[in-house]
Design a protein around this ligand. Sequence first.
Ligand SMILES: [Mg+2]
Length: 250
Amino acid sequence: MEQLLVFDVDGTLTGPRRVMHEDFARFFRTVCVSRRVFLVSGSDMAKLAQQLPEFVLEAVAGVFACAGNEFLVAGQAVYRMEHFFPGELTGFVDEFIAASPYPVRCGHHQELRTGTLNVSVVGRNADPVQRAAYFEYDREHGERQALIEAVMDRFPGYEANRGGQISVDISPRGWNKARVCQELSQRFAGAQLVFFGDNIEKGGNDQPLAEAIVAAGEHNRVHPVADHYETWQILQEEYGSAPIPVSATG
Ligand SMILES: [Mg+2]
């Protein structure tokens, strides 16, 4: 049975919004040579290219960007799901951000991606320290969960999930990472799907895909990981002894 490996990026292959560890990237490429590997990210390709070396992006079989609303093979779009987000929704989000008691605003609070509106109270311009501070605040106060519930309550045609460390992804209902499971199940009927994600718990942006993968076949597997070091460790244990093909060295 063919095995397809599917990886979230932020927090699973890299630190949050960080560049992939060089040694891990080299090892990861060898994994990509021996089987089909797909990446799934809330980010767009421009951001992914900042985090992952080109040789990794070239080695994978495909990339699902913008929470699966864009699918690229060898850099070419296979599909792209566009959506127009109404001003009523973006205005509602603006009001939520303005009303938040969190004291820090770093700018760039709403980002439109293919099929997804990415929203952050602290703002996407936050540096790693500001991100970590907001992440802690959110863990204590559940602000992102409150935003998720407020959006889904007010706009039933939309769904929202926690994305990464500081943001919430809003999409038309059903437009989430779970699409990746449908796509791969259709393209590679009968293959085993193995998914690695750091945000698989309730409300996390990996949860819809993890659930879909488990439901799609009992031979499928999901690895919830704490960070990229755990992913690295699991891959080393499972695939580390595989001989490194000549084409993957150097
Ligand atoms: Mg993640």
